[in-house]
Design a protein around this ligand. Sequence first.
Ligand SMILES: [Zn+2]
Length: 247
Amino acid sequence: MVEAWLVDLMTTYNRDSHAQRNGYLAQIHMPGEVFQTLIWWSLQSLPDEILVGIDVDAHRPHQREVEAYFEGDEVRKNLFQGQGYVLNEAHIVNRGDSYSVHHLPEDWTDDMFSSDRGSRAGRFTHWLHTHPNAPAIPSGADADASQETQGIDMILGLRFSPEGPLPWFDDVEGTRRTLKSSKPKKRKRSFFARHALPVLGKAPSGHAIHEIQLIGFHKSGVGVNIVFVDEEGYPFGWDPRTGQLLP
Ligand SMILES: [Zn+2]
């Protein structure tokens, strides 16, 4: 089951993805269940970043009407491997700091992959890594690592507390895609309440989640639009009667 607060965030993110569709050449459909798992894993693995390999479900092409709805003016077919298929299971492949997370442990690379497949070994179609208490904006190391990706790379940025050894780090330039709450912000009377961060939801790890960001990009540097879908492949917030997102 996906938490109601997360469904709300994914719904507003989908509206943003639709509104910004002309800024993207391709899209990818991520089940809400998978996304929730990624958030829980990220918080359970602190203070490390995690690298997650994700495959597509070859039996689940994108719902055609949904794909058409999120298409921008310009569409690039065959931009990456697995394009047009809903994301499937995710697997944690590595953990470490912002540099080492991209380098798979040797026992992974030794027996399983031949050297010509590169350090990420083409084991998975898509890759996602986390930025604990930092925005989802790619670093130089992230851009380098993406060069071996067959599908796309994604970055999940989370702001949470207690922050442990990782205070929120915000000094990064780049395009941000934040999952916003649809609920209006309440006006707080007390000084302390006004300076407290909003709590979007609680994770099983006990962390309060204050902000979630997610971006997708192709190794060429172009952004890939992400759409959150339910078990049927329809976006959160979809109205089947009109074939559009609810306003
Ligand atoms: Zn990174």
